[in-house]
Write a protein of this length. Structure first.
Length: 290
């Protein structure tokens, strides 16, 4: 697995995912940032075949997968790891880069966008938590109520709302599995298999969220002028819909797209619709770099 050097000397790992036989057939590389704050990126797969068109560079964040743990909580925070993404861009010898982030990985993607705006060609935010950035009232409870009565879903919501804190990786991952059904619009065989992918690291998660972003983070997003797409699952009970639409309006060139019959993982649940909304912007941003 390839590595790149961070500014503090740490050797961090990343994956290159390419489904084509000839690298020359791919458009410019896209950096893909996994969610959870500490989840192994294997759950991303190749984003419903996006690697058929683009080389995907997928970093293992600090303390995740093959990358070593951060030497301090601060260096493992999403705000500080923006510098790691910049080091990866330099390692890949890209003048500018298109970034795709999922869930909590969008925190890191947006942190990079405001710290290195001149190095960004485009930003795709899939299921981004937005409540910490916008004043729009959450509609999560409304979405939850439409699902009440499904025993597996009800149990998942109950597990999500528990106040107990895990003390080990085993407990952390067990809880994620209990909560998992709430992340999908349906809980079929495909969704159950996907939920088992991607191991969480508790220490990495604690470090990731250890440093708050600047108080004017939302205002800083208004200075990110590249195209930004917010991809929303219409039945995403983790994030809701309304706050994500409001988030897209913070960006001068932002827009939001809602995918029907979809929860938190659109490339798994609705792969065709996902690619239809993703491909035009990713292609545009990558062509603009060539």
């Amino acid at each position: 697995m390839p590595k790149f050097a961070a500014v503090d000397g740490a050797l961090l790992h990343y994956e290159l995912i390419n489904s084509l036989d000839n690298d020359a057939d791919c458009l410019s590389p896209v950096i893909v940032i996994s969610g959870g704050g500490s989840r192994h990126p294997s759950y991303l797969g190749d984003l419903a075949g996006l690697s058929n068109r683009h080389l995907l560079a997928v970093p293992h964040l600090r303390g995740v997968g093959e990358s070593p743990a951060a030497n301090s909580s601060e260096s493992g925070s999403f705000w500080k790891q923006a510098q790691d993404i910049e080091s990866l861009r330099e390692h890949l010898r890209l003048e500018r880069v298109c970034i795709v982030g999922h869930s909590a990985g969008t925190r890191l993607a947006m942190a990079y966008a405001v710290q290195f705006p001149q190095r960004l060609s485009g930003l795709i935010l899939i299921g981004p938590p937005a409540g910490y950035l916008v004043d729009e009232p959450s509609d999560i409870n409304l979405l939850i109520e439409t699902r009440r009565g499904e025993p597996v879903f009800d149990a998942a919501i109950a597990a999500q709302q528990t106040n107990s804190q895990p003390s080990s990786d085993e407990e952390f991952n067990a809880r994620q599995q209990l909560v998992a059904p709430a992340g999908y619009a349906a809980w079929g065989v495909k969704e159950q298999a996907h939920a088992r992918a991607g191991y969480w690291n508790l220490a990495a998660s604690n470090a990731y969220f250890s440093i708050a972003p600047p108080e004017d983070f939302a205002a800083q997003l208004g200075r990110v002028t590249v195209p930004v797409l917010v991809v929303i699952g219409a039945r995403d009970c983790f994030t809701g819909v309304a706050p994500l639409k409001a988030l897209s309006k913070l960006f001068p060139a932002g827009k939001a797209t809602v995918i029907d019959e979809c929860g938190h993982y659109p490339w798994v649940e609705q792969p065709t619709a996902f690619r239809q909304v993703l491909d035009p912007l990713v292609d545009e941003c990558c062509i603009s770099m060539s």
